[in-house]
Design a protein around this ligand. Structure first.
Ligand SMILES: *Cc1c(COP(=O)(O)O)cnc(C)c1O
Length: 399
């Protein structure tokens, strides 16, 4: 059976009523026949029928055994870090999601967990960073916003050799484009807020494991710490999953067209899209992903915040907002938004220059999206020219 069919038919019909949509069990507790004798549920933090359906679908979709749904992507990441003990070390991708960085540095550091950040596209760098205390390798692929691709299979081989866990944040690719557990990773996490939810209407996170015991540990922390996903939000993710393949296919198609359009534009400097043959990780992306994703980043030849601001405030279809993966296109300016708290030098070295712009390409008709970008770039070009003329006028004649 093909993946799309498999996903749709892994969503069960309700056994009791025949409802084709998964019922929302909006209940906190479950009546017991006698103490400890119940129908498989006793309290919704521990287990809820709607959440359970979601978890089963997602475990299968990622090629794993156990899945746990959390109240946010960060709560999911938090549950994975709780597997560690004081004194343990993590090796993490250097352009990690800002929220994960904050969790590592501002929360877990004081509990004695140390993180080394390396360029995980360089296998040698990972090998050199491993110590006897390394317990976890943490990667994102593609990364945000320059879409670096790490070789999951090769990193899994390293992790295996040293008996280190490998966790992949699969948010940007989605399980439609890659299934890290099948490539050898131990754990997958998602901010389901993004592509899995897909409609910018829910905050949610997922952890999926290949191993039952590891999954049981995650489930323990899900219940013990309590950052669970509610029944209604679980329903929204199930509904999102029904169109995941369809949406991802179209996101990729639109993103590819936009990336190629931007490459040819005279005001554009660099275009970051793993599907462009000049992307530094193009070959790895081709090997491990089914397609190249729905995010495109680019910088302007006039590398100023002013130029970027002009662009992001003059698009009409691309709304200026944080987040990604929804049906409507979004634009963001990482240097002043998601990456603002990062030191300017470090930020620029990671490719997040003053004019870098990130597009979350939605499901509008690509022709309309291109025309929107064309207009915004034309206004930006005029703004740059006007600023240049003003600067010239400001210089006295006799200088
Ligand atoms: C958004 C995001 C997160 C955090 O998820 P929330 O649902 O916002 O808590 C984690 N990782 C990546 C790659 C993200 O884009």
């Amino acid at each position: 059976m093909q993946a799309t069919t498999q996903l749709l038919h892994s969503i069960p019909v309700d056994a009791q009523t025949g409802a084709i949509a998964v019922p929302i069990y909006q209940t906190s507790t479950f009546v017991q026949d006698a103490p400890g004798v119940n129908k498989g549920f006793d309290y919704s933090r521990t287990n809820n029928p709607t959440r359970q359906v979601l978890e089963k679908i997602v475990a299968k979709l990622e090629g794993g055994k156990v899945a746990a749904a959390f109240a946010s992507g960060l709560a999911a990441i938090d549950a994975v870090i709780k597997l560690l003990e004081s004194g343990d070390e993590i090796i993490a991708v250097d352009d990690i999601y800002g929220g994960a960085y904050r969790l590592f540095e501002k929360v877990y550091k004081k509990f004695g967990i140390r993180v080394t950040y390396v360029d995980t596209t360089d296998l040698g760098a990972i090998n050199r960073a491993i110590t006897s205390k390394t317990k976890l390798i943490w990667i994102e692929s593609p990364t945000n916003p320059t879409l670096k691709i790490s070789d999951i299979e090769a990193i899994a081989a390293i992790a295996n050799r040293y008996r280190i866990l490998l966790c992949v944040d699969n948010t940007f690719a989605s399980p439609v484009l890659q299934q890290p557990l099948l490539a050898g990773a131990d754990i997958v996490v998602h901010s389901a807020t993004k592509y899995i939810g897909g409609h910018s209407d829910v905050i949610a996170g997922l952890v999926i494991t290949k191993d039952e015991d590891l999954g049981a540990q995650i489930k323990f922390y899900q219940n013990a710490c309590g950052a669970v996903l509610g029944p209604f939000d679980s329903f929204l993710l199930i509904r999102g999953l029904e169109t995941l393949h369809l949406r991802i296919t179209q996101h990729c198609r639109n993103a590819d067209l936009l990336a190629r359009y931007l490459t040819a534009h005279p005001l554009v400097d660099k275009v970051y899209y793993p599907g462009l043959p000049d992307h530094p990780n193009y070959e790895t992306a081709r090997k491990q992903q089914k397609d190249f994703g729905g995010i495109v980043s680019f910088s302007l030849k006039t590398d100023t915040e002013e130029a970027a601001t002009s662009f992001v405030t003059n698009t009409r279809l691309f709304h200026l907002a944080e987040s990604l993966g929804g049906v409507k296109s979004l634009v963001s300016h990482p240097a002043s938004m998601t990456h603002k708290s990062i030191d300017a030098e470090v930020r620029k070295k990671a490719g997040v220059t003053d004019s870098l712009i990130r597009l979350s390409v939605g499901l509008e008709d690509a022709r309309d999206l291109i025309s929107d970008i064309e207009t915004a770039l034309a206004i930006t070009g005029a703004t740059i020219q006007k600023t240049g003329e003003k600067r010239k006028q400001a210089v006295p004649e006799n200088c």
